[in-house]
Design a protein around this ligand. Structure first.
Ligand code: THU
Length: 130
């Protein structure tokens, strides 16, 4: 799977965003190490706090199907510069991937590449013995 194709999937997923409050539509496409893709888009709520981000929806869909090994995620909006995943999403991604590649793209064709380590250098990790 090429980076360009994953971004294309996130772009398509973005069309399913429900964002009447912020008007920020976000699409995500999460690639597993075995080559499967799970997509997500943000779903807002009138309480605001119950909103789910595109990235977390994609992760939860994957985990619910038994897939937990991720290689790369693409996130697409119409914002320039492209947005990076929020703190909550970074923490959720870090639960499953240490070496995740993050592609932050926009509809205008700009792409910024990061590693999860770079965006969340000291992630919380509860040891299993706690
Ligand atoms: N949002 C995402 O879907 N992903 C992010 O990483 C940042 C924020 C959504 C949540 C909300 O629906 C809208 O963008 C504005 O914050």
């Amino acid at each position: 799977m090429r980076e360009k194709d994953l971004i294309q999937k996130a772009k398509k997923a973005r069309l399913k965003a429900y964002a009447p409050y912020s008007n920020l539509k976000v699409g995500a496409a999460l690639l597993t190490k075995r080559g499967k893709i799970y997509t997500g888009a943000n779903v807002e709520n009138s309480t605001f706090g119950l909103t789910i981000c595109a990235e977390r929806l994609a992760v939860f869909k994957a985990v619910n199907k038994g897939d937990k090994n991720f290689a790369m995620i693409a996130v697409v909006t119409d914002k320039d510069p492209p947005i990076t995943p929020c703190g909550a999403c970074r923490q959720v991604l870090s639960e499953f991937s240490k070496d995740l590649k993050i592609l932050c793209a926009n509809l205008q064709g700009k792409v910024k590449k990061y590693s999860l380590k770079e965006l969340l250098p000291k992630a919380f990790k509860k040891t299993l013995s706690d």
